[in-house]
Design a binder for this molecule. Structure first.
Ligand code: ARG
Length: 485
């Protein structure tokens, strides 16, 4: 491929195939080509074009343009006949796009110029009046903010449904015991309800982060024009209000070069995907034959073409895997924005694909996770057995020694350690030791100790606020419904 591109001839190699491409026509871009005498080089079009992805912004672009047009008419910058024609034309274009009859053109670069180009075809030269007191720089910032805002609202709704599903399962499994782990080593028995509610809390914070981002993004860039504002007597409060923004942005340079809102969106999306990824990982582990803690429905499992016994938790794995894409999107856009001088630079056109990709990935992950959580069946007997494996009530024994026998906790810890060793060497559980054996280690132990060594007793005793006791879980189910749903 000939890398020495001159912006004039168009006799370059096709960037995809490497084969020569035909010369561009010798006509400059109709939208901005006033001072240009030649068409852009083919490679220029290839690197510059964004219509393939920014057509996603069509609805926001059209409402933004309608708001701008109405304001121009009210401020008597545009006469009302032209204004009406423009608005009619824009509505027609919306229908064409939604019906799939609109022809997107690479030569018109992006969604803004494609819509304006079509508007010109429909209503003639008056279409060109719409761009008075506006630039693509404030236009794209406005469109993109509106798109991110809509997406935040959709994600919030989806997370609400996932929380609802988790809370329902938590209620159902409030008293079901399972091993709680630290270092993925059996630690203390917990309840399944408690475990699921942990994710409800995470998702609640995630929703809070999206809401924070939404609040901060909700200022209208429209009317900042290219970078310096405009000499026309526009009313930015009006367009802000019309588009549901709280107020116009206060600084035009900032308004056209700020992509914090996209970064905040991606940060919130990243943390949410990490939470989903952790739950995905737990589901993968729980559904393995070795753990057998839970079973996913057929709807969220796949078989193997060669190993008939397999039920693979692909959906959970993909939730885990797709978090990588979301993290990548955040890092990608952070890297694009780093070091850009004020105000707008074309680098910023690279802001959209990561955001689109991350929201699509997050959306499908939330939906798939909701389906999995809704369908998952916990293996109650297996969970109960596992909850008792690995001396998980050792802490209960130590606590008993403190509470009933009055030992200092450090001493109680030491005594319990000796009893664990005794049980381990004889291949038994703690509650299978005899009272005599226990008393040989610590004489103050009585029969009462056996009342704390069962897993059900263990979880029931954890009644401190935020603890795992079934009664707490039921109270937290109620509280979570009040706080989040
Ligand atoms: N497609 C462009 C983008 O997404 C629109 C803004 C173009 N502005 C400009 N000065 N060339 O960033």
């Amino acid at each position: 491929m000939n890398a020495k591109s001159t912006p004039t001839t168009g006799t370059q190699a096709d960037p995809a195939t490497g084969s020569p491409v035909r010369e561009s026509q010798n006509v400059s871009n109709a939208m901005w080509g006033g001072r240009f005498s030649q068409a852009p080089d083919t490679l220029m079009e290839a690197i510059n074009v964004s219509i393939g992805f920014d057509q996603k912004l069509y609805a926001q672009d059209i409402v933004g343009s309608i708001a701008h047009c109405k304001m121009l008419v009210e401020q008597e910058i545009l006469d009302s006949a032209a204004g009406e024609q423009i608005i009619e034309g824009l509505k027609k274009i919306r229908v064409e796009i939604e019906e799939g009859t609109f022809e997107f053109k690479n030569a018109l670069e992006d969604i803004h110029l494609n819509i304006e180009g079509r508007l010109t075809e429909i209503i003639g030269d008056d279409a060109g009046r719409l761009h008075t007191a506006r630039s693509r720089n404030d236009q794209v910032a406005t469109d993109f903010k509106l798109w991110v805002r809509d997406t935040i609202d959709a994600i919030d709704e989806a997370l609400n449904v996932l929380q609802t599903t988790l809370i329902d399962q938590a209620e159902k499994n409030a008293a079901v015991v399972m091993p709680g782990f630290t270092h993925l080593q059996a630690a203390q028995p917990v309840t399944v309800g408690h475990h699921l509610l942990a994710y409800v809390e995470m998702l609640g914070r995630d929703r809070g982060r999206f809401q924070d981002a939404r609040t901060r993004l909700n200022e209208s860039p429209l009317g900042s024009a290219a970078l310096a504002g405009t000499s026309f007597a526009i009313d930015r409060d009006q367009t802000a209000k019309e588009l549901g923004f709280d107020r116009p942005t206060a600084n035009s340079l900032d308004a056209v070069s700020d992509r914090d809102f996209a970064l905040e969106f991606l940060s919130a999306a990243t943390i949410t995907s990490l939470h989903l990824s952790r739950l995905g990982e737990e589901i993968v582990v729980w559904c393995s034959a070795q753990f057998s803690f839970a079973k996913l429905s057929d709807a969220f499992t796949t078989g193997s073409s060669i190993m008939p016994q397999k039920r693979n938790p692909d959906a959970a794995e993909l939730v885990r895997g797709k978090s990588g894409r979301v993290v990548g999107a955040l890092i990608g856009l952070i890297t694009v924005m780093k070091g850009l001088p004020l105000a707008y630079s074309k680098d910023m056109q690279e802001d959209k694909e990561p955001v689109f990709d991350a929201s699509e990935s997050l959306g499908v992950c939330i939906a798939a996770m909701t389906g999995m959580v809704n369908d998952i069946e916990f293996n109650i007997d297996r969970l109960k057995d596992a909850a008792g494996e690995g001396f998980t009530t050792a802490t209960d024994l130590a606590d008993w020694l403190v509470r009933v026998a009055g030992l200092p906790f450090r001493k109680a810890h030491h005594v319990t350690g000796e009893l664990v060793r005794l049980a381990e060497t004889s291949n038994r559980n703690l509650d299978e030791l005899t009272l005599d054996e226990m008393q040989s280690v610590e004489s103050q132990i009585t029969d009462d100790v056996f009342s704390v060594l069962g897993v059900a007793e263990s979880v029931s005793s954890r009644t401190s606020y935020g603890g795992t006791a079934p009664d707490n879980v039921l109270a937290q189910v109620k509280s979570a419904r009040e706080r989040f749903l």
